[in-house]
Design a protein around this ligand. Sequence first.
Ligand code: ADP
Length: 452
Amino acid sequence: MKIRQRLALTFTTLTTVILMLFALVAYYAASVAREKEFYNLLQKEAITKANLFFNAGIDAFTLQSIYHTNRKILNEVEVAIYDTAFQLLYHDAVDIDFVKESPEMLASIFSRKMLKFYQQRWQIIGIVYQYQGNSYAITAAAYDQHGYNKLHALQSTLILALLAVIGISYGIGWRFAGQMLAPITAMTLQARKISATHLNLRLPIGRHRDELAELAATFNQMLERLEHSFEAQKNFVSNIAHELRTPLSTLIAGLELALTTSQTQQDYQDTLQKALSDAQYLAKIITHLLDLARAEYDTTQIRFRPLRIDEILLDARQEILQRHPDYNIDISFENEPETEEQLLLEGDEYLLKTAFANLMENGCKFSHQKCCKIKLSLVEQHPVVEIMDEGIGISPEDLPHLFEPFYRGANASFAQGSGIGLSLVQKIIHLHKGTIQISSAVGKGTRFLITF
Ligand code: ADP
């Protein structure tokens, strides 16, 4: 069942239940009022007839003929008068005698002074009447045809009104729900149009600042992020293809040339040396890409365990020096930790080592002296790593883009690279709930600050 139908039905049910309760209360109140009114009438009729019988001295025959005449047109009250000895003094219609007065009933009237009860649907009242110092029990009985007719009319009106209200409230509910859900319908229609090729489309937010507008805005923000990452993904793939194609092309061209022309031993060795360096560069790019994929998408593969940050730094330095013996990397500890635990960090050994090695390599790579300095310190019990060089520095225009994959600064021609390193470093640091900041001045050097 659609929400619109469900809302309309809920609205109708609620309205019906409330109206039904209202109708029941109204009917009950009318029924109680009818009963009370009719007992009052019976009481008045009993007293009037007793007055006529005792005070006015009208004989029983006259009274009975009035009763019989009225009975044909009116719902006449049947009255009977008894004395304390339970002797019947007067009866409107002994032939009909609807109320069979028993001595117990009469005794009860004398003792309680008033008795009210039903016999079938007839209402009966018994009262005590005083005349010349004697007590008499008078019973008056009648069927409240008029009252019951009114009650039936009320019942029919209430039922009809209820049926009408059910129809009207369903109509109103349906319309109202339609209006409320119109933004959702509009969103659904628009969302159907959004696909990978139409990620620029957005959902309508509507005029009201309500929950649905909030939902549409949130959805649009999500689309915005999706569009960006989709765009980045597309660029990423073409960048990878480009990065791999260039060294592969030079590699192939060099090897083809060596095969087609006869060369000296030295030339062949040079070609092979060049091919090896191209292949190593390709392997490095691929390793970086794999690390990036691991840090970004394949976090299930990452096993966090307590690591000593100083050991990670020393290992990274070792790795770089093995690859570049001419590099100079100096590691110092600012404030010696009191306990070993202070140097512990929950992390992935391989990824952290890769990140620091990248920063150390960049520091040396982009400085004439091929050296960089690492400073490890503890700030409020948290390890802070600074990687500084006195190299060529980075221009302010490049700084905001350095962490974008494949971005290389204006200084890139100074050293070979692919532009993947820093984006990988940032991913790894964020994965370890750390932050990375960069400050640099052209010609003076660069400083990376990492806090965990
Ligand atoms: P790559 O070093 O392979 O070019 P990175 O992602 O590691 O890629 O670095 C991106 C760019 O940031 C570099 O091309 C360079 O322009 C700049 N950069 C990074 N580190 C330094 C540094 N220590 N000094 C100067 N420039 C740097």
